[in-house]
Design a binder for this molecule. Structure first.
Ligand code: CU
Length: 326
């Protein structure tokens, strides 16, 4: 089960879990010996260790902490993977970059000079558009990391350090640092609800919500605003079926949590989206889910509580309330 809701069983060796997510796991040892179960912080700053053994007092080797993952261009919301001739190895130059540079055009970033020549890469013009004119600048490789045209609904202020120019669906990818671990890693697309949804209707409305932030100032919010700056909640009608797309304009993952509902991730066959209350949105990534609005005022926030307290919080307001006036 994921977030307490049944899913089709998946066999994996490792999974990444966000704050407030839950997974039910069945461990099946194949030998009568001790096994170490490791939980590792995403920044590889430490680990927890448990031992599964047939008898008390047994232990198994503990693996060393793995290398700290570095952010890539993908984490900046740039999808270079589909560009023929583009050497993604070059993104190593971007890794470990000072986040202070992230507010500027890529051309100004260290290591990006090499990219200038890539404007001539064959097939560049055929890069798939993402529903806006974001690609207009690609010819000259002036892909802005803070172009308001890439997020018209976002209030541009100091709380918005970057806007992902090409956010992509990363629900089929292993989490940060788990890209090449050499064993099976759970991805969201593995999760399929065991039983059909109780509401098979297609969404009648789409809502984009941008996850925004400024790492240096420790500012976090939705659509460019911390909660204390917002003037109105996200509003829904009772029973309304809505497709929400979370777009992560920041360079770190956020586990986003909605109270009072289970939403259904949109990757699965109709009616079988895994029902969750929390979903990790990868840096530079986007996640879509459908939900049926239930009357009330529901907290909606990043479940890293220090982000929530900094402002990454909003309210889903669903009206009319039961028995109340419309
Ligand atoms: Cu967060």
């Amino acid at each position: 089960a994921a977030d307490g809701q049944d899913v089709r069983p998946v066999e994996v060796d490792e999974f990444q879990i966000g704050n407030a997510e839950t997974y039910d796991v069945i461990v099946q040892p194949t030998e009568e010996r001790a096994f170490t179960i490791v939980s590792e912080a995403v920044d590889r700053s430490g680990m927890g260790r448990a031992t599964l053994a047939p008898r008390a007092g047994m232990t198994a080797p503990v693996p060393p902490l793995r290398e700290r993952p570095l952010a890539t261009m993908k984490d900046m919301g740039m999808d270079m993977s589909s560009m023929p001739g583009m050497n993604m190895g070059g993104s190593g130059a971007m890794a470990g970059m000072d986040h202070g540079a992230a507010g500027h055009d890529m051309a100004a970033m260290p290591g990006m000079a090499a990219m200038q020549g890539m404007a001539a890469a064959p097939g560049l013009a055929a890069q798939k558009p993402r529903g806006s004119d974001a690609m207009g600048d690609m010819g000259g490789m002036k892909m802005s990391m803070r172009d308001p045209q890439n997020a018209p609904g976002v209030k541009l202020g100091p709380g918005v350090q970057t806007i992902a120019p090409m956010p992509m669906d990363r629900t089929g990818e292993a989490g940060q640092g788990l890209e090449s671990v050499g064993h099976r890693v759970l991805v969201y697309k593995d999760l399929i609800a065991l039983t059909p949804s109780s509401d098979p209707r297609m969404p009648t409305r789409a809502l984009d919500i941008h996850l925004t932030g400024n790492m240096e100032r420790f500012m976090w919010g939705f659509d460019g605003l911390k909660f204390s700056e917002t003037s109105k909640p996200y509003t829904f009608e009772e029973g309304e079926r809505v497709r929400v797309t979370l777009i992560n304009d920041t360079m770190m993952a956020h586990p986003i949590h909605l109270h009072g509902h289970f939403f259904e991730l949109a990757h699965a066959p109709p009616g079988h989206g895994p029902r969750k209350h929390t979903v990790i949105v990868a840096p530079g990534g986007r996640v879509s889910w459908d939900f049926t609005a239930d009357p009330g005022d529901w907290a909606f926030h990043c479940h890293m509580l220090y982000h929530m307290h900094a402002g990454m919080f909003q309210v889903f307001s669903v009206r009319p309330l039961d028995g109340g006036a419309a």
